[in-house]
Ligand binder design. Structure first.
Ligand code: C5P
Length: 210
């Protein structure tokens, strides 16, 4: 029943999404970006004029495919709001079944913070993708089309690094489902690796385990 479950966890902008998507394609598995669920809830809280720290479970309980398809979920203010609603136990609880059901039929690759620890503690493969804050900030800057040689670039990159660190600290420090490395996860440090190299390492490890 069902195919393999592959958990890809790690901090913000470490390259989890890129890897998980490519891994899923290589293994013909469905892919779910679980961060999008929390981003959508954060977005709805902001739209309602609500402080993202205020109770937001009702948004998680009634999330629609349209909410997840919105184009504005990648904005920095949405990421910050996502991290705040994600600290609420009732919000996380409302999203557990959605994530488990996603993988029920055919297995899946899921990326997030607590996939290998809480959502699928018995996942067939667990990867923890990480890189230094400086590397992650620079990658995010370039990904958004930034020019490293432009005036003010260094300040912008430093600002992104601060925002990433703040969010990581909140995600790792919360009481419920904090971001942590599962005991049986394979850690991949991506500072000195290209996306192709990360994929090759992840695929080799995955094929060994399946
Ligand atoms: O991965 P992404 O940056 O899109 O996630 C946005 C926020 O959603 C994270 O900072 C984290 O607080 C939350 N999140 C989570 N658990 C997951 C995925 C995301 O708490 N599985």
């Amino acid at each position: 029943q069902g195919g393999p479950v592959i958990a890809v966890d790690g901090p913000a902008a470490a390259g989890k999404g890129t890897l998980a998507k490519r891994l899923a394609a290589a293994l013909s598995l469905p892919y779910l970006d679980t961060g999008l669920l929390y981003r959508a809830v954060g977005r709805l809280a902001l739209d309602a004029g609500q402080d993202p720290a205020a109770p937001a479970a009702h948004f998680a309980e009634t999330l629609t495919p349209e909410d997840l398809a919105r184009k504005d979920l990648r904005a920095p203010e949405v990421a910050a709001a996502a991290s705040k609603v994600a600290a609420q136990p009732a919000v996380r609880q409302a999203l557990v079944e959605t994530q488990r059901r996603f993988a029920a039929a055919q297995g899946a690759v899921l990326d997030g913070r607590d996939i290998g620890t809480v959502i699928f503690p018995h996942a067939d493969v667990k990867l923890f993708i990480t890189a230094s804050p400086a590397t992650r900030a620079l990658r995010r800057f370039l990904q958004l089309g930034g020019d490293q040689t432009a005036p003010g670039a260094a300040a912008q990159i430093a600002e992104m690094e601060d925002a990433l660190k703040t969010r990581d600290a909140a995600d790792a420090g919360r009481d419920v489902a904090p971001m942590q490395v599962a005991a049986d996860a394979q850690i991949i440090e991506t500072d000195s690796l290209t996306a192709d190299e990360v994929l090759a390492l992840a695929l080799a490890y995955t094929r060994q385990r399946l």
